[in-house]
Structures are given as structure tokens and as C-alpha cells.
Design a protein around this ligand. Structure first.
Ligand SMILES: C[S@@+](CC[C@H](N)C(=O)[O-])C[C@H]1O[C@@H](n2cnc3c(N)ncnc32)[C@H](O)[C@@H]1O
Length: 294
């Protein structure tokens, strides 16, 4: 596994907020909070829902199943040994399973700690030779990876925090080969508005709704949020053609933990169906856009 470290502006970002998490986490909340909720998810037995799981060895999980289903469709169609770049790929939650599926994955991330965790994870999975780590800022992607080299690029939860999202999207497009695809996940403004309102922060919800960038004020950890039209337009400015928009975590973040535990298969199936259907899609925590370079 190779790690390169061009100088970069290193910034950290937390995962986007989950709508209504504060409302619904109460019945299962413990002193461990989110850790307890994560442990519940990881304890689940592998699910065998058709069409979701074959790209990786881990259980299909409602919070990421929609994204994995789209990625699997693409990789099944294009074959193995694809050149994949995961910009802001963090600790390799997507990169390592894609390497396990036979692809060559380069993760570009600003955080040395995340890349160190990625390195360990890839080694433990036995795919260190198919995963490269490059430390750098997403805003400088064009300087970090060769133009026209990628079959598939992942850009998940990054466009909310970079300085210049249009510049990053332009670099995504120039890094793709013709016919290559990009998987983009962004925070959905509508979900954030509803989340704040449901947790009683009505003023913050109103601010989020009216702010041009979809921010909740100066202390907001995200620099912007998106809606389907805005995200589609952003990709379109770089010449990328959006083929599909899905909602990610339409219901998975809303249901009480006890419900999710009691019937995870139905939750997974519901998540996959709702993902494509407005208005459910449009209130999901995140939006997933799958786009292609002509
Ligand atoms: C919320 S995590 C998402 C990780 C992964 N993409 C996923 O969806 O599971 C965001 C990641 O982006 C990285 N990041 C934040 N700002 C960045 C920037 N300007 N350039 C490159 N990476 C950045 C963080 O270090 C972190 O690993």
C-alpha cells in the first residue's frame, strides 16, 4: 500500500447530521450514545437481499445499501480491475470492499489519521496491494491524480466542505475516462431543516431553509447543503450527465432503534424502494447522484 503526502490543507469533517436522530434515539439512548447505536448495526447478521451485496463481503446495511446497489450495478457492468478513486474516502469504508471485489482503489483524503486507518484496514483485509492512499486536499484533486485515468470516482460527503465545489467537480470530470462514472453523496438541505425543526430548533430550521448555501449559521460544520436540482446543476456544469438521483437514509435514520432491530430486512427493502421515489427521496439525509462523463 502506498501513501503519498503532498502538502495540503488538512481539515476534518464530521458525518452529516441525521434527521430526527435526536428525537428517535431517545428510546435506545445510553451513556455511549452514537457508539451504542453503531454497535447495534454492526451486530446484525449478514443480509442477503438480492441486488445489493455482492460487491463486498460485509452485511448489507440500510444506511449505505442504496449507494452500494448503484455501485454494484456499475461494477458488474464494467468488470473487475477497474481504476477507482475515492476522494475524501476516509478510512476506506467503500475503498476496501471495492478492492476486495478486485478493483484498484486510490483514496485521496486530507486526514493522515484517516489514511493510517485505511492502511490498517486494507492490510487486514488482504488487499493492501490494491489500495493506495494519497494525502491531499480535494480542492487540489487535479494535481494529485492523472487526468483521464479513472473508471469510477467516489466523492461521498465531501462537496459540503471543500472551498470550491465547482472546481472539485471539474477535477472529477477531467479525472474520469470517457464513459467513466462518478458517485456523489451530498448532504440534503431538506433533511437538515426537518431534523432541526423536529428536535425543537425552529429558528435554526428557518435559517437553514432561507440561507443561500443551506447553512445553519456561522457555527455550522458544513459549508453548504444541496437539493436535487442544485446538485444536478453542479455536476452538469462540468459536463457530467446525471443518470440517477437517490435518497440515502430516507427512513433508516427516522425509525426507532428497536424497530430497526426487530425487522432489519424490511427496513432495508423499504429504504431501497423509497430511495428512488419523490417525495421520500427528497427528504433523505443525503442525496446520491450517479453521473457519467460522455
Ligand atoms: C464524512 S467523511 C466521509 C468518508 C467517506 N467518503 C464515506 O462516505 O464514508 C469525510 C472525509 O473527507 C475528508 N475531508 C474533509 N475535507 C477534505 C478536503 N478538503 N479534502 C480532502 N478530504 C477531505 C475527511 O478527512 C474525511 O475522511
Amino acid at each position: 500500500m502506498s501513501v503519498s503526502s503532498p502538502e495540503s490543507g488538512s481539515r476534518q469533517v464530521e458525518a452529516p447530521e441525521h434527521p430526527a436522530a435526536s428525537r428517535w434515539s431517545a428510546p435506545t439512548a445510553t451513556a455511549t450514545g452514537a457508539v451504542g447505536r453503531r454497535a447495534r448495526t454492526e451486530d446484525r447478521r449478514p443480509r442477503r437481499l438480492p441486488g445489493v451485496e455482492r460487491t463486498h463481503t460485509r452485511p448489507a446495511e440500510p444506511r449505505t445499501a442504496v449507494v452500494w446497489a448503484a455501485l454494484r450495478e456499475e461494477t458488474d457492468r464494467r468488470g473487475t480491475n477497474l481504476v477507482v478513486i475515492d476522494v475524501g474516502g476516509g478510512t476506506g469504508g467503500f475503498a476496501v470492499p471495492l478492492a476486495e471485489a478486485g478493483h484498484r482503489v486510490t483514496v485521496v483524503d486530507a486526514s493522515p489519521d484517516a489514511l493510517a486507518a485505511l492502511t490498517r484496514r486494507a492490510a487486514e483485509a488482504g488487499v493492501a496491494g490494491r489500495v493506495a492512499a494519497v494525502q491531499g486536499d480535494g480542492d487540489r484533486l487535479a494535481e494529485l491524480v492523472p487526468a483521464g485515468s479513472a473508471d469510477l470516482i467516489l466523492c461521498h460527503s465531501l462537496l459540503e466542505v471543500v472551498d470550491d465545489p465547482a472546481g472539485v467537480v471539474g477535477a472529477l470530470a477531467s479525472t474520469l475516462r470517457p464513459g467513466g462514472a462518478v458517485s456523489v453523496v451530498v448532504a440534503n438541505r431538506a433533511a437538515a431543516v426537518l431534523s432541526r425543526a423536529m428536535s425543537g430548533h425552529l429558528g435554526v430550521a428557518a435559517a437553514l431553509l432561507s440561507d443561500p448555501a443551506g447553512r445553519a449559521g456561522a457555527g455550522d460544520k458544513l459549508r453548504r447543503r444541496f437539493d436535487p436540482a442544485g446538485a444536478t446543476a453542479l455536476l452538469g456544469t462540468a459536463g457530467l450527465v446525471v443518470e440517477r438521483i437517490q435518497g440515502v437514509r430516507v427512513v433508516a435514520d427516522l425509525v426507532p432503534g428497536a424497530v430497526a432491530d426487530a425487522d432489519p430486512d424490511t427496513l432495508l427493502a423499504l429504504e431501497l424502494i423509497a430511495a428512488e421515489l419523490p417525495p421520500y427521496r427528497d427528504i433523505a439525509t443525503q442525496l446520491h447522484l450517479f453521473a457519467r462523463k460522455p
